[in-house]
Design a protein around this ligand. Structure first.
Ligand code: PMV
Length: 360
């Protein structure tokens, strides 16, 4: 599909004002996106579980100006308080999506947003935040052009969310989303996320993700800096090729419910992401001592218990613990007794696989 697909048609309706609210989830990548080309085009395809509990709720109120403005006009409230320091990020996003949403300078917007997870928990809010805002803007576009299909609505919401934050393109629907062109995944695109189109074994329904908040500080390396480190990285090409291969490999794993192979792919992907940052110039170690302690304990417990607990990591120190529903009674007590003590103030979030954003 071409980018031009997302250029707007002439609007048929005239809308003066209104309000829309979307709750959009975060997601956790099994095969990681790390490295991008211009215009938020990923260097490799990725696949993620959509989450359920970790979400951003955004209310967009819009009021038409008497005349089109020269600039974007909006107020931003985060958890009830005016938050001007978030405005430049939104402004950049609006600039990036401007040619796809012709109405942006026609309205004054009030954006009221809040997260279900604690602020500065180290959980990236960009995926849920950008997808929630993209969905709100799409709802307004649908009012202006009511003949839009649901399929197009979701595709364009993902397309716009991607321009805010790459991983946000995977937060519109659920429960497994692929983003990035992959020759073995029919319908896959660099421009937007798609629902994983193949068979998924029962064991992956209701999968758990318990997120251990090891370090709640500001991200040591922002995504933007991190993605840039993949330019001229000595191992970049091999890494991108590996992601393609892993996405092919995970297809039979997802179909057959082969948890041992699932674990091998998912943990290797997490460690590879961190290895890329350790071997870039400049180089970073994003794990903390407690991250490693948790990983070692997970490995020991897995061996002793014969369960299928495994971990994945984002570009930070927090640990996502993945496990199937039918093993939760054995695994969750272990997490509580042996792992939660390595979290800052014992903070952890019990999440699970989810089915995408919802309009309130
Ligand atoms: O969406 P961004 O630009 O913040 O990138 C996030 C990338 C990772 O979370 C580290 C991996 C992924 O695929 O989500």
């Amino acid at each position: 599909m071409e980018i031009t697909t997302f250029l707007p048609q002439a609007y048929t309706e005239n809308i003066d004002n209104g309000t829309v609210t979307w709750k959009s989830p975060s997601n956790i990548a099994l095969i990681k996106y790390w490295g991008k080309k211009e215009d938020q085009i990923p260097q490799n395809p990725s696949i993620s579980f959509t989450l359920d509990a970790c979400a951003t709720t955004t209310k967009l109120s819009y009021k038409k100006h008497a005349e089109k403005n020269d600039d974007f006009s909006f107020d931003l409230f985060f958890e009830g308080k005016q938050k001007d320091d978030f405005k430049p990020k939104i402004n950049t996003f609006l600039k990036r999506v401007e040619s796809y949403l012709l109405f942006l300078k026609d309205y004054h917007f009030t954006i009221e947003t809040s997260n279900s997870f604690p602020h500065s928990s180290g959980i990236a809010s960009s995926a849920s935040g950008m997808s929630a805002l993209a969905l709100c803007l799409m709802s307004l576009e649908k009012e202006l052009n009511p003949t839009m299909t649901d399929e197009f609505f979701n595709q364009k919401a993902s397309f716009l969310a991607r321009l805010g934050s790459g991983s946000a393109s995977r937060s519109i629907e659920g429960d497994l989303i692929v983003w990035g062109t992959h020759e073995d995944t029919i319908g896959s695109s660099d421009l937007f996320g798609i629902k994983y189109p193949y068979k998924v074994h029962e064991v992956f329904k209701n999968y758990h993700d318990t997120i251990l908040l090891v370090d709640k500080g500001e991200k040591q390396v922002s995504s933007t800096v991190g993605h840039n480190l993949m330019h001229n990285h000595p191992f970049a090409e091999q890494r991108f090729a590996q992601a393609h291969k892993n996405l092919t490999k995970i297809q039979s794993v997802l179909a057959d419910g082969d948890l041992d192979e699932f674990i091998a792919i998912v943990e290797s992907e997490a460690l590879t992401l961190h290895a890329m940052m350790m071997t870039s110039m400049p180089y970073f170690i994003l794990m903390k001592p407690n991250t490693l302690e948790i990983i070692n304990r997970i490995w020991k417990f897995r061996q002793e218990s014969g369960t299928h607990i495994c971990f994945t990591l984002d570009a930070g120190a927090n640990v996502h613990i993945l496990y199937p529903e039918n093993e939760k009674d054995e695994i969750y007590p272990f997490i509580q007794e042996e792992l939660v003590k390595f979290c800052q103030n014992g903070h952890h979030i019990c999440d699970r696989i989810g089915f995408g954003a919802k309009k309130a």
